[in-house]
Design a protein around this ligand. Sequence first.
Ligand code: ADP
Ligand code: MG
Length: 567
Amino acid sequence: MLEQGTISIHTENIFPIIKKSLYSDHQIFLRELVSNAVDAIQKLNMVSRAGEYTGDIGELEIQIAIDKDKKTLSITDNGIGMTAEEVKKYINQVAFSSAEEFIHKYEGKSDQPIIGHFGLGFYSSFMVAQKVEIDTLSYQQGAQAVHWSCDGSPEFTIEESPRTTHGTTITLTLQAEEEEFLESARIKNLVKTYCDFMPVPIKLEGEVINKQKAPWRESPSNLSKEEYLEFYRYLYPFQEEPLLWVHLNTDYPFIINGILYFPKMKPDVDVTKGQIKLFCNQVFVSDNCEEIIPQFLTPMRGVIDSTDIPLNVSRSALQGDRTVRKIGDYIAKKVGDRLKELYRDNREQYISAWKDLGTFVKFGVLNDEKFKKQIEDIIIFRTTAKIAEKAATATPAVEVQSQEGDVWQDVTSPSQESTSSTPYTTLKEYLERNKERHENRVFYCTDEATQATYVELHKNQGLEVLFMDSFIDTHFINFLEREYQDVKFTRVDSDLDNTLLDQDKAGEIVDPKTNKTRSEVIKELFEKSLNKPKVNIRTEALKSDNPHGTPPAMVLLPEILRRLREM
Ligand code: ADP
Ligand code: MG
């Protein structure tokens, strides 16, 4: 027969499990207690804005105090406090939070979010404390202050407290093996890590130790370039200034705020490991967002703050999560938008950033169809074209000039390598510029050192050559060939006769003094430059580079990162 029922839980058995295994990391108890204190202060603000509290709210702050003799650590806030009923409801019942009810009641009364949610954080204090006491007075008129005490067994006591000011003090008597939390340096460090951007001053030994201001929660239009740079320096001290940044802020279809920077590639920049800090409501969660941001953006740094990223699932589940994937797409799109904006508004800056970013952009294009569509027109290549010669007749190649007083000027150091006067071009510009000379043909060089003479030859023939000589370019050329099926891509050292010699003109006399034909002159020049009696042209070279066709571009990233590290 069918039987139905409710599973029951024995507090005595489950309580030790909650205490020991709620979180893998003991130190997060501080984050939990400080976030409760921040919430209590936000709540008082909201109640006051709703006109339900008319008293003086004073300077709202959190104080952390250490008593080494008594082996106690206490966290005090002057927030909303709790009545005896609230203590019974929200503290005595595990997994019971006041957050939802509160937000519902005071909706729109705060621009700061309430952090709490699950009603579990408070109990993390038992991971480090043998005894936890609460001393609290509610802001409500006529409330009686309450003292709650629990020694880690499921039994507690509640009695009256002599407290006279609204707010709450949580006092932990630490377990013998957790006395490291009596060191103020340790506490300061933890506050810096987890609570730095919480919007309330946190004091330790009378001194405010958190930054409070979270720039990523500002509207982008309120932040100056200097403020973005200052935030970068704050997060990554002693690092060169970033190449560019994007400010993430959207409420739909998911909530995310953040600022991501693309660093300058330097040997001391470890790009193999994600360096983005993940926050949830300004509370630090983790140092690693690898599952969230698209792989080709691994070198990016900065901050992501979202309540829509599931935090209690495994990393692989995170990667499969639909919202997380959408967030990844959104980030890629923001980066693409930023690149396009830079390309349009400041080509010089774009080109100099390209030297560091280009590889990753190409990698993104190979891997991400949407990103490809978005930025394919702004992929640039170094070229042999000379602007001075071409400017009058065709679309000029982009020439990098000295950086003049524009917004981006001081973003990169002036000691750039020789970008200045190195021209770059898009494929479209290249094809347009050379339309009459060689329609739908592209000549490219994959290795400047070994193909220099071929490049020279092409230049002497008035043919423009693109440099596709980074390690990702072998794959990128395959991609270009697939994308531009009507364009013939020819490596400078392959297929020499067809390439360099217009067959019709091969026999044309070009040197009236010696009666030498075009083909003879070229051959001579070529042999001379190679200092070899015979020219050995490698037509199959490209194919042998890549015997199994294009490998999935994904396998390239470790290689890219390895090489960048060696740079
Ligand atoms: P959560 O923060 O997710 O709600 P907690 O276990 O951390 O869960 O706290 C449970 C409840 O206890 C909170 O929702 C709040 O109502 C109450 N509480 C905890 N700390 C404080 C405090 N410092 N001031 C006022 N209320 C508090
Ligand atoms: Mg909490």
